[in-house]
Design a protein around this ligand. Structure first.
Ligand SMILES: Cc1cc2nc3c(=O)[nH]c(=O)nc-3n(C[C@H](O)[C@H](O)[C@H](O)COP(=O)(O)O)c2cc1C
Length: 441
């Protein structure tokens, strides 16, 4: 392995679920995704572990399956920025990242809310810019409008640029200046209602993997939240994205790459493996296995036996059975891949789903996990990790108690917060207001 950066330290973030089905809600240790005490627990643990930030995922429409709420998901949760403002009052240094969609919001309103969070938290705000644009989500909004896939990053890029104009329109310590933005997506002018925040601009995170997504991140984001959590895929993604930065006049360190990863700890390697297998079985119940398959096949498969073989019928590529999900590739190709996997290893439906959807990244003793994470960062497969615990909200406790001290011993993670703002934790410069006159004339 290329160990070219023996002293590189990593960044860490704690993920609180918004839409996904990583959390084993059936586990008696899982608690509410609505009560403030849950958010507070995870945030306080992350801050005790000196994490860079707390990350809140979010969807704008409850996903449905066959006309019913998709009960594997987080079904209902308070809105991100509101939760983070409350967390700002019970934490001191931890960054606070909200997932907010550019397709269904407006720059003036969102820029105001994010600048407010930056003020109330003393410079700890971050915005995870997401672009999910499906018509199903669009039905929740007054205009019912949504964007073609091709246009969503066009809107996102102009949205972020416009938000930056708004933040920059109020110079450091000065009076509010005027802004005047005219572009294909937005034509707005006036004076911005919130003074420039402590960070200048909140930290911008991007989550999305397409060509357009990567280009958008390379031009405008400070962090990428990626799914590429294996060493090989991570290195390829890392090299690809870092290479793109130069085209936008940016340095490699200006954009941090942070895959979302899971972890399972045990006192021995064997115990950790057994726990990991048990978690996968909990995450993929017989019922979940069939629902997951239906999301690909797009047809009712309730008559199939989860412990039997995969369906021999072809998927319906135009199905509306599962709504609100981002589709990853052609369902026929995915079905063929899963069939091949099942045949090769002799797996049932449930076993195939467990095997094919498993995203367990780091499994082992605390020493082994600390070692592997450190090697990962030093091999330039990531700049850090967004940890996705399988229990909400207590799933990070063990990591902070047992792995963080080992990372610190290895010189791979900070031993105290040196700055107060999230930009300082991440080693990112503070943007200077440049383009607008102080008196707004
Ligand atoms: C790791 C990761 C996390 C994401 N989290 C969210 C989320 O919480 N809410 C949301 O609406 N979309 C989320 N998305 C979806 C992206 O914003 C985007 O719409 C989707 O990945 C499709 O974009 P792409 O074609 O560029 O990949 C996430 C995507 C990734 C890769």
């Amino acid at each position: 392995m290329n160990d070219g950066h023996p002293t590189r330290t990593m960044h860490l973030a704690a993920h609180f679920p918004g839409v996904n089905n990583t959390t084993v809600w059936a586990d008696p240790r899982s608690r509410s995704q609505i009560e403030f005490s849950s958010f507070e627990h995870l945030a306080r643990t992350a801050e005790r572990g000196l994490f860079d930030f707390f990350f809140l995922a979010e969807g704008l429409r409850l996903r449905e399956h066959n006309g019913r709420i998709h009960d594997l998901d987080v079904v209902g949760r308070p809105e991100s920025i509101t939760v983070l403002n409350a967390l700002a009052a019970v934490t001191e240094r931890l960054g606070l990242a909200a997932t907010v969609n550019t397709t269904f919001n407006e720059p003036y309103e969102l820029a105001r809310r994010l600048a407010s969070l930056d003020h109330l938290s003393g410079g700890r705000a971050a915005w995870n810019v997401v672009t999910s644009s499906d018509a199903f989500t669009g039905e929740n909004f007054r205009r019912g409008g949504y964007l073609d896939r091709a246009d969503r990053y066009t809107r996102a890029a102009e949205f972020v640029a416009t938000a930056r104009e708004l933040w920059d329109s109020w110079p450091e310590g000065g009076a509010p200046g005027a802004f005047d933005h005219t572009g294909p997506q937005f034509r707005i002018s006036g004076r911005f209602g919130v003074p420039r925040g402590p960070q200048g601009h909140p930290v911008i995170i991007q989550a999305g993997d397409s060509y357009e997504g990567r280009e958008f991140a390379a031009s405008a984001a400070d962090i990428i939240f990626t799914r590429h959590g294996t060493l090989e895929a991570g290195r390829a993604f890392y090299a690809d994205v870092k290479r793109r930065l130069a085209d936008h006049g940016r340095a490699p360190d200006d954009l941090k790459i942070m895959p979302g990863v899971t972890f399972v700890l045990g006192d021995t390697a064997a115990e950790a493996q057994e726990k990991a297998a048990e978690i996968r079985r909990q995450q993929v119940s017989p019922q979940t296995a069939l629902l997951t398959l239906e999301q690909i096949w797009g047809v009712d498969l309730s008559g199939y036996d989860p412990d039997g073989p995969l369906p021999d019928i072809d998927p319906d590529p135009d199905s509306q059975l599962a709504q609100g999900r981002v589709r990853h590739g052609d369902p026929r190709a995915l079905a063929a891949k899963w069939r091949a996997l099942s045949e090769e290893k002799g797996l049932s439906i449930r076993q195939t789903v467990i095997e094919a959807t498993g995203r367990q990244s780091f499994i082992g003793t605390p020493e082994a996990v600390a070692e592997e994470m450190t090697a990962f960062v030093r091999a330039e497969a990531a700049d850090g990790f967004i940890l996705i615990p399988h229990l909400t909200p207590g799933g990070l406790d063990e990591f902070v108690d047992r792995v963080v001290p080992l990372l610190q011993e290895r010189g791979a993670f900070r031993t105290r917060y040196e700055g107060t703002t999230l930009r300082e934790h991440l080693g990112l410069s503070r943007p200077v207001a440049k383009s607008w006159p102080a008196n707004g004339t």
